[in-house]
Design a protein around this ligand. Structure first.
Ligand code: CP
Ligand code: NVA
Length: 301
């Protein structure tokens, strides 16, 4: 049986993604008025997390509950995966009972393998290559604060990592201009950039990237799994910190985003992340509303 998965922003059309953002706004407004559609009544979300999480796990679990369903959490250490049961067999079993599967993994191929053997939709809760659920919340946050993101200018400063790569996919899907500034050698994947070449440009100059931008985004310099590189990265990335001075180069009403967790004094100064241009707490809360819309769409399609 083939079913619709959400492993990348490119798995949905631009129209579907626009619709998802509208649905997220509707669900958010509804939830504040006590309206919680029970589209997941009697349904279960199985969540496999091979690496740490706060926001993603909590938002999926609470989101499933708010939609009338339930979520169960599996870490490899407490399932038979720790004793060598294959991903394919695990996917077959999970999807014979659960209605949705969510997976966070260090190797994106593991997600595609689970999707290949799953009878139900599989959602990417972050891999080494991408973090599409984060982008749903980020776009929702921009739209709430500034209206449509189409034709806006967004600057990414820092590592060309999984979140950056999803921003590149988002630029193409939502039609905005993305300027990515990374140290040489830390650029995003060249195939991902090439596929969005009309929307994303690369440089190693943070000041050029942020000039006149409507939004400035960064992320940790040391993603999960790269801890052994931390000291080297802190030296290499030291000129890629989002400071108040850097924010002054952006548009005067530019927003600041960070997917969190953040490391103040490293990739961002406290004056920025805790300052008036920062929308990071809305961004974090919007994980819940955006993923409820995603589950709603996957289950009602
Ligand atoms: N932004 C994000 O995905 O956070 P967690 O790692 O806490 O889930
Ligand atoms: N790039 C970070 C994002 C964490 C939400 C990581 O992969 O650890």
């Amino acid at each position: 049986m083939t079913c619709r998965h959400f492993l990348s922003l490119l798995d949905f059309s631009s129209e579907d993604l626009q619709q998802l953002i509208e649905k997220a706004m509707e669900l958010k407004t509804g939830a504040r008025q006590g309206q919680l559609p029970s589209v997941m009544r009697g349904k279960t979300l199985a969540m496999v997390f091979e690496k740490a999480s706060t926001r993603t796990r909590v938002s999926f679990e609470i989101g499933a509950n708010q939609l009338g369903g339930s979520a169960l959490f599996l870490s490899p250490g407490d399932s038979q995966m720790s004793r060598g049961e294959s991903l394919a067999d695990t996917a077959r079993v999970l999807s014979s009972m659960a209605d949705l599967v969510v997976m966070r993994t260090l190797a994106h191929e593991r997600l595609t393998e689970v999707a290949q053997h799953s009878q139900v939709p599989v959602i990417n809760a972050m891999s080494d290559t991408s973090h599409p659920c984060q982008l749903l919340a980020d776009i929702l946050t921009f739209v709430e604060h500034r209206g449509s993101i189409t034709n806006a200018t967004v600057a990414w400063v820092g590592d060309g990592n999984n979140v950056c790569q999803s921003w590149i996919n988002a630029a193409r899907q939502f039609g905005f201009n993305l300027r990515v500034a990374t140290p040489p050698g830390y650029e995003p994947d060249s195939d991902i950039v090439a596929a969005s070449k009309d929307y994303a440009t690369l440089s190693d100059q943070p000041e050029d990237a942020v000039l006149g931008a409507d939004l400035v985004v960064t992320d940790t310099w040391t993603s999960i799994g790269m801890e052994s590189e931390r000291a080297d990265r802190e030296a290499i990335f030291s000129n890629y910190r989002v400071t108040s001075e850097l924010m002054h180069q952006a548009s005067k009403d530019a927003l600041f985003m960070h997917c969190l967790p953040a490391y103040r004094g490293k990739e961002v100064d406290a004056t920025v992340i805790d300052g008036p241009q920062s929308v990071v707490w809305d961004e974090a809360e919007n994980r819940l509303h955006a993923q409820k819309a995603l589950m709603f769409m996957l289950l009602t399609d």
